[in-house]
Design a protein around this ligand. Structure first.
Ligand code: PMP
Length: 306
């Protein structure tokens, strides 16, 4: 029977058997950084495609540096372990990989230095993301943490309480997600996704200085728009009025892909239907991330299970 597989303290095991102690520093203070990587199953070719694997680990290692963590693994080691864990699951369907680098010392006291760090990886299956023909969003009352409150360019675990508050508020009010603004009122991101808008026919996304995570999907979509559609993405601050002026809007993220937003604060985005550019980018991204575009082969790591 296929089952999830974890790499923990140098061994592969079922995630149920991987346990950390209740005194672990990261558990108390969120002093950890996680990642999310897709291994997309190709039913026809009977192989997995792990998308931008090394880039994901380069980003995680940068976040480790931000948190004063030194790990006994480099991006090559982490990539090889990830491929092996996916292989060991025995799954023949999309697998989601969740690496976590964390302060592993069993020691209380808020700080980052003089603590041990460890890295673990979980390969598992998530329910497919459903966008039901487009999301209905609200502007969150929760302000997105800014870069001198928590380092927004890394996926710092403690920072995710911010996204959790926004998502919960949105869902309890009947929306799918909340769009968070910066303390200055600029559009930042969804709870776990970057945002894009079509404004007067141009593709626009918030810049790295507006509290965003430097999303891998964001970067991929910008490259796809340029290379495949001849369209430059404008990185600039976006104000709230523009949420209601946009002709199209979408979220990007590894788990979600390119996800249309059809309504914001009870106002239709454009016509209220999924826009043409969003649909095109969604299709391009889907094919690319599934390993179907040989032009982008440096981004692919294929695994053919035995
Ligand atoms: N923003 C946040 C806060 C995220 O956690 C994520 C990923 N979960 C993203 C954006 C999207 O990043 P990526 O495209 O690298 O998955």
């Amino acid at each position: 029977m296929p089952e999830p597989c974890a790499y923990f303290r140098g061994e592969y095991m079922n995630p149920k058997d991987a346990k950390i102690g209740i005194m672990t520093h990261a558990f108390h203070y969120g002093t950890a950084t996680f990642g999310g990587i897709n291994a997309t199953w190709d039913e026809e070719l009977e192989q997995f495609c792990l998308f931008r694997l090394k880039d994901h680990y380069r980003r995680q290692l940068t976040a480790c540096k931000m948190l004063h963590m030194r790990l006994p693994y480099n991006a090559d080691d982490m990539s090889a372990i990830t491929v092996e864990a996916v292989r060991r699951t025995g799954f023949r369907q999309n697998v989601y990989c969740r690496p976590v680098a964390y302060k592993s010392s069993e020691s209380l006291g808020v700080r980052l230095h003089d603590l041990d760090a460890d890295w673990l990886m979980i390969a598992t299956v998530l329910p497919p993301f459903s966008s039901k023909g487009g999301l209905r969003c609200c502007t969150s009352s929760w302000v997105r943490t800014c870069d001198n409150q928590i380092l927004t360019h890394g996926k710092i675990c403690g920072g995710y309480a911010n996204g959790a508050l926004a998502k919960t508020e949105a869902q309890m009010a009947g929306f799918d997600d909340g769009i968070m603004l910066t303390p200055e009122g600029h559009v930042s991101e969804g709870a776990v996704t970057n945002t894009f808008f079509v404004l007067k026919g141009r593709l626009v996304t918030p810049p790295p200085s507006d509290g965003i995570l430097l999303g891998m999907t964001r970067d991929t979509v910008m490259q796809l728009a340029r290379n495949e559609l001849g369209m430059e993405t404008i990185e600039r601050s976006i104000v709230r009025s523009e949420l209601y002026e946009a002709e199209e809007a979408f979220f990007t993220g590894t788990y979600a892909g390119v996800v249309p937003i059809v309504e914001i604060d009870h106002r239709p985005v454009g016509t209220g239907e999924v826009g043409a550019l969003t649909t095109r980018l969604q299709e391009l991204y889907r094919g690319l991330a599934a390993g179907r575009n040989p032009k982008y082969s440096p981004w692919y790591t294929f695994l053919k299970p035995d």
